[in-house]
Write a protein of this length. Structure first.
Length: 33
């Protein structure tokens, strides 16, 4: 189904963005603290 494929793509996007945000937070923590 189209909705299932869309859900999979959306979930992978969310995982990717969450990983990027975690990496950014890890690297820039020193600047904010």
């Amino acid at each position: 189904m189209l909705s299932a494929a869309f859900k999979d793509a959306f979930a992978s996007q969310v995982c990717l963005i969450a990983k990027l945000v975690r990496d950014l937070a890890k690297h820039s923590k020193h600047e904010y603290l």
